[in-house]
Write a protein that binds this ligand. Structure first.
Ligand code: GAL
Length: 417
């Protein structure tokens, strides 16, 4: 036997053993992580699954915020062809589970002790009638402001901590020929800005009453009117090409210094990092104006669908277990811009933005200023959330609608069942 022949045989044998031991299966995974930082994070998930000897079938549907992905998912499930795992979050998990299409992964969760590794606020969302149906990957903070320090220096402006300061800085950037705020005019991005303004102007208690409990009196209050007026003023500092722009292209404008700031969750940090930029030096992360003591959370998770093939079920469970491992939580979140969802992880490799996020996540959980993101599907059932977002975008894009008219529209939208 030649040496090469022997090596080939050995390799084949090793492959067979691996396949035999782990019952190699295939996992089709639906996600919308296609931007620079997102794609790197998705690759980490793929590598983790492949490391267990299984096959990854990529089902990526481009479109920030996942609206397109959810539309495609619905049609696949309706036609009886669900993927093994899909990026589904917040109350939508309950909606899908109620359809009877999600798998119970309690055996994995018990073996891996998820109840003791997850904050209860997250664990509860991952369960339907007491059983785990999804695995969480991260905690994104949504209420961030990203700034280009060079642009600020050129404009003689200071990174704002209140909405009053925000408009002072925006005027200075504008005077220096820099687009003050990079924005992408899509519903979910409009609402990402809106909820940060609501939190900064109204505070966490107002945010919870108006946007989470959908309390009619709060939705039609003077505070809401002030939120809407402030929000609309931000529009005048965006550029004329904003409509339809993808969020990562808006981030690229800040990276290049064409724009001074962006209001966006920390998946934007994934873009800065993927572009080789260093936090504190090439870009600044600051809480969105007026929100330093609050935290808007957005937890990404993968729901597991019922499957028939045993090997694929095994692969799906291996994926769920791997998602919660310390190795995966570290490498994934370093690329994604988020922080691990698993408690008590060592953050030594994480940057100061992530460390601040982690500290604020813990602190705000104690003060009651930890609030769910409505823009990212954490708080409100999908029908009402969609109607409210439409109303907010109509106001953002209209030259005529007053804040009072917008308030009435949003309050009606909040009653959508
Ligand atoms: C969010 C999602 C993030 C990020 C962002 C932009 O809804 O939770 O992971 O990818 O959309 O696509």
């Amino acid at each position: 036997m030649t040496r090469r022949h022997a090596r080939t045989l050995l390799a084949v044998a090793a492959g067979l053993t691996m396949a035999g031991l782990s019952q190699a299966g295939e996992v089709e995974v639906l996600h919308w992580w296609t931007s620079g930082g997102e794609a790197k994070a998705a690759s980490a998930l793929k590598a983790t699954l492949q490391g267990k000897g299984h096959t990854w079938k990529d089902f990526a549907v481009a479109g920030g915020g996942g609206d397109s992905a959810m539309t495609v998912l619905k049609s696949r499930v309706v036609s009886g062809n669900a993927p093994a795992a899909a990026q589904i979050k917040g109350p939508s998990l309950q909606e899908w589970a109620a359809e009877g299409v999600l798998a119970n992964i309690d055996d994995v969760a018990k073996a891996e002790k998820w109840d003791s590794l997850l904050p209860p606020v997250v664990a509860n969302v991952m369960k339907y009638k007491g059983n785990y149906i999804a695995a969480p990957v991260n905690v994104h903070r949504v209420n961030w402001l990203w700034a280009n320090p060079e642009a600020f220096k050129k404009a003689g402006a200071k990174v704002p901590t209140s909405w009053d300061e925000f408009f002072v800085a925006a005027d200075k950037l504008k005077a220096a020929g820099i687009i003050p705020i990079a924005h992408g005019g899509q519903n979910w991005q409009d609402f990402t800005t809106f909820e940060s303004v609501a939190l900064g102007v109204g505070g966490a208690e107002f945010y919870k009453k108006a946007l989470v409990q959908l309390d009619q009196a709060s939705l039609k209050s003077p505070t809401m009117e002030k939120v809407l007026t402030t929000f609309k003023k931000v529009h005048s500092y965006t550029d004329k090409n904003a409509p339809g722009r993808d969020w990562n292209l808006a981030t690229a404008m800040v990276i290049k210094g064409e724009a001074g700031m962006q209001l966006m969750g920390d998946w934007a940090k994934g873009e800065f990092i993927a572009a080789g930029k260093a936090p504190g030096k090439d870009f600044v992360c600051a809480a969105a104006p007026g929100t330093a003591k609050s935290f808007t959370f957005n937890v990404d998770s993968f729901a597991m669908f019922k499957l028939k093939n045993d090997a694929n079920v095994k692969a799906q469970k291996d994926l769920a277990a791997a998602i919660m491992s310390t190795d995966f939580q570290e490498v994934f979140n370093l690329n994604k811009g988020s922080i691990p969802v698993r408690l008590n992880m060592d953050l030594a490799k994480f940057d100061d933005c992530a460390k601040l996020s982690s500290k604020d996540f813990v602190d705000t959980a104690k003060t009651g200023a930890l609030v769910p993101s409505v823009a990212h599907g954490m708080a409100v059932p999908s029908a009402a959330a969609g109607a409210i977002q439409d109303a907010v975008s109509q106001y953002w894009n209209s030259d005529k609608m007053t804040a009072a008219e917008a308030m009435a529209k949003i309050a009606t939208a909040a009653q959508t069942k």
